[in-house]
Design a protein around this ligand. Sequence first.
Ligand code: ADP
Ligand code: ASP
Ligand code: MG
Length: 401
Amino acid sequence: MGLIVQKFGGSSVANAERVMNVANIVTDTYKQGNDVIVVVSAQGDTTDDLIAKGKEINPKGSKREMDMLMTAGEQISISLLAMAIEKLGCPAISLLGWQAGFNSSSAYGAARIKNINCERLNKEIDSHRIVVVAGFQGINKYDDLTTFGRGGSDTSAVAIAAAMRADKCQIFTDVEGVYTADPRKIPNAKKLDEITYDEILELATLGAQVLNNRSVEMAKKYNVELEVLSSLVRKPGTIVKEVAKVEKMLISGVAKDCDVSRISVIGVSDEPGIAFKLFSRLAAKGINIDIILQSVGRNNTKDITFTVARSNGEEAVEIMRSFIENVGGSDIMIDNKVAKVSIVGAGMETHSGVAAKMFEALYSAHVNISMIATSEIKISVLVDEEDADKAVAAIHDAFIN
Ligand code: ADP
Ligand code: ASP
Ligand code: MG
């Protein structure tokens, strides 16, 4: 018995039958004597549909109005779930993000949670109600509604678990836990019983959608133990915590990210300060750089290649055009048909030969590597987008099976 936070994603509440299924899970937990706070996402593809509606009216609509539009999705699912819980004979109340005390920064579309004023949540819990909170939304200092970025309901759930010092935070989704690769793409991917915060943080950042990376950062910071599990099959999922049980696996997962553009700036001067001048222009516009590759200088010139999120590709090219005009350089190239494939594993720190084995797997699958980046617990390669699934499968076979 204790306080349990349960989060359900869009597919878990996609239709009336699924909403009733969630209500059953929640009320079972409540009837076992627990206090329950539920965080829900918008039903099915509602958020995508709302974004499309907004873009149809005005492709350049303001971010404030887009947030006003998107927050409506979660308002539908919380009221439906509260009514479903009432139908099963338990007391429930739905709350929008601001009613639940979510104060956020002002950045519409990508707001950060500043704090949660838990007064209302505590009051409702003290009245023994099941509280159903709208995910991915808060209110800023101008009293405007904000959203936390796509997939942000995971972060709402972890934030409530941290602020309310919950005993458990369960993230229910449409797969049975965290797998060694996306189980929808790699049928023989293995479900992990446990994984560390650091490993899932890398996997989430590198494209595994199963948990939002900000939610993992927050869980690690406030030591919230998470469980990722299925809303459709009742069995234990994957526990995410600081130190995971040591399994005999070097690699905990393979991830793919297609939200990548590769930009090359050709023929820049081979002298000190060029990289600084180039990347500070991108930083000034808030563009994050991922992998960087600089060629060896020849005839006093060199090439600098880097990757950015695809949504930033065109803007980065514009910035590089003005860089060439002002600082020097001969050409710019952009490639949007690339993908990043990565392996993650804490075991890599103490084992040699992991990179070689990964590259061998790619060679055997006839996949060409155009860039490489490594850290203590991950190796990423850039490949042609059309080779990405083949690359994931080949690497997964080499390490996991
Ligand atoms: P929700 O709507 O519940 O938030 P998401 O669609 O955001 O669910 O995340 C779940 C999906 O993440 C799964 O359906 C699966 O296809 C995908 N996924 C990608 N990589 C992994 C992985 N390593 N383990 C589990 N699921 C993964
Ligand atoms: N509904 C939002 C989205 O689709 C938030 C979430 O699902 O976590 O991104
Ligand atoms: Mg999600």
